[in-house]
Design a binder for this molecule. Sequence first.
Ligand SMILES: [Ca+2]
Ligand SMILES: [Ca+2]
Length: 544
Amino acid sequence: MKYGIRRPTVLLALAALAMQLPACGSGSGSPPATELPEFEQAEVARVDPGSALPTSWRDGIFMEIFVRAYQDSDGDGIGDLKGLTSRLDYLERLGVTGIWLMPIHPSQDGDHGYAVKDYRAIAPEYGSMDDFRNLLDQAHRRGIGVIVDYVINHSAAEHPAFVQSSSDNANAYRDWYVWSDRAPNSWTIYGSNPWHWSPTGYYFGGFWNQMPDFNLKNPHVLAWHQDNLRHWLNLGVDGFRFDAVGNLVENSAQAWENQDENHVILKSIQDLVARYQSRFMVCEAPSQPVRYAQPDSCGSAFAFGYQYDLAAAVRGQASAISRLASFWQDAPSGLTGFASNHDGFAGQRLADQLNADPRLLRLAAASYLLQSRRPFIYYGEEIGMQGASGLVGDPRLRTPMSWSPDRIHAGFSSSRPFRSLAANSVSANVELEEADPGSLLNFYRSVIAIRRSLPALQTGRYLNPRASGSTLSFQRELDRQRVVVLFNYGGSEALLEVDGLPPETVLQQHWPAHALHTSTSSGSLALRLDAQSFAVLSVTIGTE
Ligand SMILES: [Ca+2]
Ligand SMILES: [Ca+2]
């Protein structure tokens, strides 16, 4: 097996660091560092700058942000890091404690960023490394952690490692990617043949011929990724979102997804990240989220599947409400909830799925924000932002944030935005909703504030789920706090009955604002809920 050239092991670098000596030169058999291509230069030892955040930041509310679409600061029509930094006050006021940035590295696609050309740099259109350091600093001052997208499965075809790898079949980096001399037969991934022709052989790229898959069976490739990860952790990044982890290792045309090797790789990365203070990582594994959320794998994964039931449940579909009730009962604690994201396969923007119906949007938000662990809001969801009219596919979901009613710029930029605005930017935007106490934005703030005020809603055990017709109730418990959450998704008033409460329960009502008529007796509760409404009540257990 040919592997890429590596400098001496990380252990040597660590030893040099311990001796307060520069990690100079190379061991026997390795060329001097100066002979290595730039992308492979420095191995990176762990130097944890610590964390300014409370450990609880990981149990709060996250937001997924597409930097390109969030806020432009310099008038080129493209969102950037300075623009995002200028909106941190808005995020803090919303109650967000963590933000996930879609890829911020130089990319070949020049859009979503998942075709990475340089894993240790910032995309020039997004700003400088100083801009990024400032973003981290300003976010941390507001109690907000920053996790960044890291694409371990593939690089851009223009990445210098692939340029080398594809140059000839004896190149030192040949085995950094997956090659075959002949065209492999019978492979189909997502409806396409993942093997692509080049003058020097066929290479594997499961998602796009311009995104070749790394050979993650090559330990040098994994070690190099781990150096890249330490590079960002040493800078003070609070963690990562890992893309497409179901696709890391392929073994055959029949065994190309969710292979055992994936979990071994992710556990090694989880261990790496856990050696830093208060960091967090989460994985995208749409076909097996529960498996990847286990401690021996990624440890945390998005709850793909839940979001489909969420949209159906709030419309009153009894079978979806039933699945919503049971979903979190046996879920691993690393499973994280969301309503929609940047990928069309996960569904349209929530406001499009629910036809911008304000009652349904409120019910959906309250459901997943109160029910799930570490919920991730997709940017703009909190103002009811729709996709762009006239666009299809993923770009439709990735439009500039609607900050103001301005028909041309939406407060996103002083010049023409890089992409069409949201279809409803004139009516649904931050400026208008800030001024309206009854807006969706202020509703999100209220629900998030309730969640933050009741620790059981953040990390508490999920108990006693009950679905009945168009209604759902569940309880969450932490220490001596028990919270009861009840939903009526139906079109008419409903009577809900809850049991399993502590005896002699005295309930405190957190939502709605008007007093509900409840009756309690020996551990059970009955109350009437208006059509399409919900309630949050809490009990302190064992007060004497
Ligand atoms: Ca810009
Ligand atoms: Ca792969």
